[in-house]
Design a protein around this ligand. Structure first.
Ligand code: GDP
Length: 190
C-alpha cells in the first residue's frame, strides 16, 4: 500500500515553521549521508530532493504523512568547506527547530555506516542529550559494507552509543525501512 505523503512547506527560519499540530519526526545528518534517500525510501516516493550541491544553504522541509505525522528534513551539516556564515546559518536553523518544538516526537541521527561517528555527529549527539531530546541512530548505505565490515562498524558506533536504538539502512536493498517505520509509529501514536 502506498503511503499518502505530500510536501507541506519549506522554512528558512523559525517564523516559517508550520504550526505544531502533528507529531514530528526530524532527520539529521551530515551532507551526503543519504538523508534524502532515506526519506524517499520511507515515503515510498521521491519527495525529498537528493542533494546536488553539498554546502549550499538549505532550509528545513516539512512533509505530511498520512495526515498524521510530519517528517522534517533538516539541512545537512558539517560540510567543512562551506563558508563559516553558512555553517552558522544551518546551526541556527537546526537549533531553533529542535529547541522548544513541542510537537517533536523523535530525531533520527544519520551516520554513514562506513564512517561511523564523525566529529560534528558527536557534537550533535551530545547536544541532543544535553537538551534531553529523544533520538535514534540510522547507519546509512549499509549495502556498501560486507558482513565483516558491518560488524566492525557496529562496534565502532556502539562505542559512543552503547544501548540506544540503532538501524541499518540501505536505499538499494530497502534494509531497515520496516524497522524504522515501526519505531516511528510507536513514537508518534499517542
Ligand atoms: P543527502 O545529501 O544526505 O540527502 O544524501 P543523498 O540521499 O542525496 O545521497 C548522497 C549520495 O549517496 C548519492 O549519490 C546517493 O545515491 C548515495 N546513497 C544514498 N543512500 C545510499 C544507499 O543506501 N546505498 C548506496 N549504495 N548509496 C546511497
Amino acid at each position: 500500500m502506498r503511503l499518502q505523503a505530500r510536501f507541506l512547506t519549506t522554512a528558512a527560519d523559525a517564523a516559517q515553521f508550520p504550526p505544531p499540530q502533528l507529531p514530528e519526526v526530524a532527520f539529521l545528518g551530515r551532507s551526503n549521508v543519504g538523508k534524502s534517500t532515506l526519506l524517499n525510501s520511507l515515503l515510498g516516493q521521491k519527495l525529498a530532493r537528493t542533494s546536488g550541491t553539498p554546502g549550499r544553504t538549505r532550509a528545513a522541509n516539512f512533509f505530511e504523512v498520512e495526515g498524521r505525522i510530519l517528517f522534517v528534513d533538516l539541512p545537512g551539516y558539517g560540510f567543512a568547506e562551506a563558508p563559516k556564515a553558512v555553517q552558522r546559518g544551518w546551526q541556527k536553523l537546526i537549533e531553533s527547530y529542535l529547541l522548544g518544538r513541542e510537537s517533536l516526537a523523535l530525531c533520527f541521527v544519520l551516520l554513514d555506516a562506513r564512517r561511523g561517528w564523525m566529529e560534528p555527529d558527536l557534537q550533535l549527539k551530545e547536544w541532543l542529550e544535553h537538551h534531553h531530546l529523544p533520538y535514534a541512530v540510522v547507519a546509512t548505505k549499509s549495502d556498501k559494507l560486507n558482513r565483516k565490515e558491518q560488524n566492525e562498524s557496529l562496534k565502532a558506533i556502539r562505542r559512543h552509543y552503547p544501548g540506544g536504538e540503532l538501524f541499518w539502512f540501505s536505499g538499494l536493498t530497502g534494509q531497515g525501512v520496516k524497522e524504522i517505520w515501526q519505531t516511528i509509529w510507536k513514537r508518534t501514536t499517542r
